[in-house]
Design a protein around this ligand. Sequence first.
Ligand code: IVH
Length: 677
Amino acid sequence: MSDIPAQRYTWLKEQISLHDRHYYLQDEPTITDAQYDDLYRELISIEKEHPDWITSDSPSQKVSGYANQVFSPVEHGSPMLSLNNALSESELVSFDRRCRDGLGKDQIEYACELKFDGLAISLLYEKGILVRAATRGDGSVGENVTDNIRTISQIPQRLHGTNIPERIEIRGEVFMSHLDFRLLNEQQRALGLKEFANPRNAAAGSLRQLDANITAQRALSFYTYGIGELVPTEWLPTAHSELLDRYVKMGLPVCQDRALVHGLNELMMFFQSIKDRRDSLSFDIDGVVYKVNAYSLQNQLGYVSRAPRFAIAHKFPPQEAMTKVLAIEVQVGRTGAITPVARLEPVFVGGVTLTNATLHNEDEINRKDVRVGDMVIVRRAGDVIPEVVRVVIDHRKQHSEVFNMPTHCPICHSQIERAMGETIARCSGGLFCPAQKMQAITHFAHRRAMSIDGLGEKLVAQLIEVNLIHHPADLYRLGLNALVTLDRMDSKDKKLASNLLQAIETSKKTTLARLIFALGIRHVGETTAKDLAKYFGSIRAFMQAHEEDLLRVNDVGPVVAKSIQNFLAQAHNVEVIEQLIACGIDPQEQASSELMIAELVNKTFVLTGTLPTLSRDNAKALLEGAGAKVVGSVSKKTDFLLAGGDSGSKLEKAQELGIPVMTEQELLSILQKSSIS
Ligand code: IVH
């Protein structure tokens, strides 16, 4: 690398050509798209300053892309061009201004589309029949991939309708959906084959299979967005949006996420609306594309070297970046879960600077074979936790060492255990482990749990460090004098400390659901805590829960029940709850378990026929309120059939299976009897 412009220019040309080969021929890029764009932009800016340096082998003088030797070459009827990019709002503003100035108009109508992240394909239809399909190649000559393209079921072999031109090149993008990409990689893994880095490479690799039978097994998708050669030219409608409407009628797949907008503001609104939905799309896009809609205006604006002036790709900020793994450490979660985390050389991606990325678990780290010192691609998409996607093997240093999960917790040195069939390894230290202790207490204080304002992770860590607290009940014994000595508190101004004490005091008035959730029992989230609170009514009743009680609670299955029992079987957990009660935390709720009726609890009912007085819904509500379950069809597991008049096949089946039949009258008398007792 050199800073002298001429040398830098040569270096850039070489680098871009090298990366073009990696990307187009090997389907295995060694840099991210954003890094490629940066190199390209730098090249263009040098060429603007020194036009006399430009040589014909400059990547700016040809459309990127390579025709592979193996597939036979195909000359496109009209060149397949690429798009210029706008990476910022100001670049978009300039695009709109250039268009308006070029056309002498105040406002322009644009057709907006998604920018699919796959590979460009040109489909040649003659008299409505698909006769040839080709990749972009170098823009003029592509690869003949007709046999492979024919395996994509979305692409019609024959165009629909009667308004079909003699000869038409239909342009679009072949890509792979997220789901199909995941399934393909799972399959590759199972077969011990190399996994694909991303859906784009998977699509490219699948399309370039020499054996079309293999392509047929890969689920590829296609959307069309443009046109090449056309005979007769008069067939062309007057605007791009009309072309796409016509394509729909011809049976071609056109993405529905498209819009016609007017002027810059509406372009920005389209961009924002797609950006907001990007993570919920089932396939990758790397931006949106705007095209001046009217063909007459497109022609007026024309082209610059390899791209049209009338269209632009408005790219999203990159979600992936390359950086170095400085270290691999493991983190201990609230329930002891051990998560390996890569410490990274800081890198800006998805709008923030990342210094850590998750490696998920032991299996993932082994699968990706991430090692300290490796260059890796990290990804930060939407709200998803930033993760290490893959290693760029080309950059691996010799003598790098395979990462082994530690056998002992880095915080408390207890053994790390991984149960059979589980992916997650756990520290066996429980609340003895300061890391688990800190997170357990932070969870207890959480806004959605006991809601102790101002008690965050850092303060909890300090309170533990100076031995002021060991478990949640200790919080209620904290005093002002002890608190003001902490680094995080101000010893002169006691306000912070007294506010915290006030918040702790206030938290005592809580609901049973919050208290149960605050205990941090594995598998007991907010909703389950609410159901448990409703069923048991008090913390004491909850502490005495038996398995069969727990299983009666809405949505509590054997795994959750076991987890609650394990929690309550630990003496120290019971002790903490006792201390909380002693501090005055004892919220009560009307327990639905008290409404349970022994004869009906856990019994499975099927309803059939017309009941004399109760509606179906009322009968169901009464039964469920008394602890019974109501299901739709009769089986061996059914305990009772509640039958009314005109009972049909269900009654017959129940009689066949010897299932007792109950009448409405009988049900009501059971309910009445128990309400008197
Ligand atoms: S129009 C003359 N529309 O982006 C311009 N391209 O860099 C022809 N792409 O090679 C392209 N979605 O592979 C167009 N809605 C869209 C697109 C799209 C993805 C790809 C295409 C093209 C590249 C341009």
